[in-house]
Design a protein around this ligand. Structure first.
Ligand code: GLC
Ligand code: CA
Length: 550
């Protein structure tokens, strides 16, 4: 595997990187079967480079039965034949590297697919065998073991135990097609080290670790609730299922492997834990960085944003890491829509009955023009913050969520689990519009695995490319400018009117956001970029402006 010189000697490249998330099945489809593929991504490398991003993160592209959008992995060291081949993967990495774009892949260590060879072996093997010991198999309760081993719900379940033909049960925190590994088994550790080495050797620069806080579980007595909720999850490292202190031993071992590479491979934890427990996932002898999803759950309100920013910069300081910012991803309502959902229903909230964070259903009309203005303002604010920013494919087009996918075309297990009560995550996973017309708006020469609405046409890359004032050109300019402006990692607040937030970065530049629906005064300074058209010293409603300070 060729190593590019730019990748060497820059071990801190991730600290303020902009990472663009690709959901491979919905990005670009080369062969017209309606499913995005690696060749499709390869054809869009120039597009990616035109965004001035530092890295891409590929959501799972591994062989999968798609019980959970690919987060049910049947083989961690291969490419789903519907998506491509390992040879194409190598070609993609090489092309991206040649443009200075690094690559993250998604590692799903809490559970595999039930199609994984290990799980298939476990099913064929007897009770108590070493094949079963890689997962969590137990006998049931009741006279004939007909009751599950414990009363455990799962996130997309409803039940957290599923019975196999010989009468035993296996545990799964997500769908029944996603059996949980038993991380007290050394074999599981070795298998994942092998996987991490496999991708690192292929030139992968970083890893996004799925449900990083769930791997280690206390299984005696068996857990009786899946406490995904922060309200019930213990915050001292002794919860039965989540965020146990011992989980970090796993990541220390991974770090030793990462550090054998030049530059060291990096990782970011997806861990929905109590905020004060987050730094533990971001230590430099562990994964190094952790997501904070606080902007995802935050109302469009200056005080709320300010608190999130202060808290997360402080958390990052505790470990010497840098923080992460996310406005959209494949699990939540796109922010161009989310930011105009009525107060109290903004983002993902916890549903106690279903033990899962859910996207609220969007009933009634939303003011999408305001949503787009707020989304652009939020993004420009985010890109001015110290730390790394994660973008989700399509947000650079200002795409709203698709809210009217017919139920028979839904794919998300959250939809089926919630019996239609919640909004499905499919709405943010609809294949991208590349052109204004054509059978799948240029997604590919064929159809699209999730239906695209007619209005997608207006948001197409083709329509926005080179068009002054388009969301795409705003993203491009902002990202290119960010590269030039960013030096240190400090932020200092500047005094500004109620309903606005103004902060300065090293090098004498600043970002001011107006969260209100009224125009405000724009402070003096040279205008660097603005999310809306600026006239006569005014800061428009729902906008962000970067200013050079004199
Ligand atoms: C993470 C993923 C989500 C998936 C879940 C189970 O939260 O982001 O898409 O459903 O883990 O793997
Ligand atoms: Ca395809």
């Amino acid at each position: 595997m060729s190593e590019y010189t730019f990748l060497k000697g820059s071990k801190d490249w991730w600290r303020q990187a902009v990472v663009y998330q690709i959901y491979p099945r919905s990005f670009a489809d080369h062969n017209g079967d309606g499913i995005g593929d690696l060749k499709g991504i390869i054809e869009k490398v120039d597009y990616l480079a035109s965004l001035s991003i530092d890295a891409i993160w590929l959501s799972p592209f591994y062989p999968s039965e798609l019980a959970d959008g690919g987060y049910d992995v049947a083989d961690y060291r291969d490419v789903d034949p519907r998506i491509g081949t390992l040879v194409e993967f190598d070609e993609l990495v090489e092309k991206l590297h040649s443009k200075g774009i690094r690559v993250f892949v998604d590692i799903v260590p809490n559970h595999s697919s039930d199609q994984h060879v290990w799980f298939q072996e476990a099913l064929r093997s007897p009770k108590g065998s070493k094949e079963r010991a890689r997962y969590i198999f137990r006998d049931g309760r009741g006279d004939n073991g007909e009751l599950p081993p414990s009363e455990l719900s799962s996130h997309f379940g409803p039940e957290g135990w599923t019975r196999v033909p010989d009468g035993q049960w296996y545990m799964h925190l997500f769908t029944k097609e996603q059996p949980d590994f038993d991380w007290s088994n050394r074999e599981v550790h070795d298998e994942f080290l092998k996987t991490l080495k496999f991708w690192s050797d292929r030139g992968v620069d970083g890893f996004r670790i799925d449900v990083a806080h769930a791997l280690v579980k206390q299984l005696e007595p068996l857990p009786t609730r899946s406490s995904y909720s922060l309200e019930v999850m213990k915050d001292d490292g002794t919860d039965q299922l989540f965020d146990r202190d011992e989980v970090h031993e796993i990541y220390r071992e991974w770090r030793e492997l990462f550090n054998q590479y030049d530059p060291p491979r990096v990782a970011v934890a997806e861990a929905w834990v109590h905020p004060h427990r987050r730094p533990a996932y971001a230590t430099n002898d562990g994964l190094g960085q952790a997501f904070n999803f606080d902007l995802l759950t935050s109302a469009w309100e200056s005080a709320a944003f300010q608190k999130v920013i202060d808290d997360n910069l402080a958390f990052a300081d505790q470990t010497g890491s840098s923080t992460t910012w996310v406005m959209s991803n494949h699990d939540v309502i796109r922010h161009a829509t989310r930011l105009v959902i009525p107060a109290g229903k903004e983002g993902v909230t916890f549903d106690a009955e279903n033990h899962w964070y859910v996207n609220h259903r969007l009933d009634g009309d939303l003011d999408l023009a305001k949503g787009l203005a707020r989304a652009k303002a939020a993004t420009l604010l985010m890109l001015a913050l110290p730390g790394s920013s994660y973008l989700y494919q399509g947000e650079e087009l200002g795409l709203p969520d698709v809210t009217d996918i017919p139920s028979e075309q839904m794919q998300d297990p959250q939809w089926f689990r919630g019996e239609g009560k919640f909004k499905s995550r499919d709405g943010c996973r609809v294949p991208l519009p590349w052109s204004a017309s054509g059978s799948s708006f240029g997604f590919g020469p064929g159809g699209s695995h999730l239906p695209q609405p007619k209005w997608y046409s207006r948001y197409a890359v083709e329509v926005q490319d080179g068009t002054p004032g388009s969301t795409l050109e705003l993203y491009r300019s902002a990202l290119a400018l960010r590269r030039k402006l960013i030096s240190g990692e400090k932020l200092s607040w500047l005094p500004s009117a109620t309903g606005t937030l103004w902060f300065e970065r090293e090098g004498g530049w600043s970002s001011i956001t107006n969260f209100t629906d009224q125009e405000m005064e724009l402070p003096p300074g040279e205008l660097l970029i603005a999310s809306e058209y600026i006239s006569a010293g005014k800061l428009p409603a729902n906008s962000t402006v970067w200013l050079k300070l004199s």
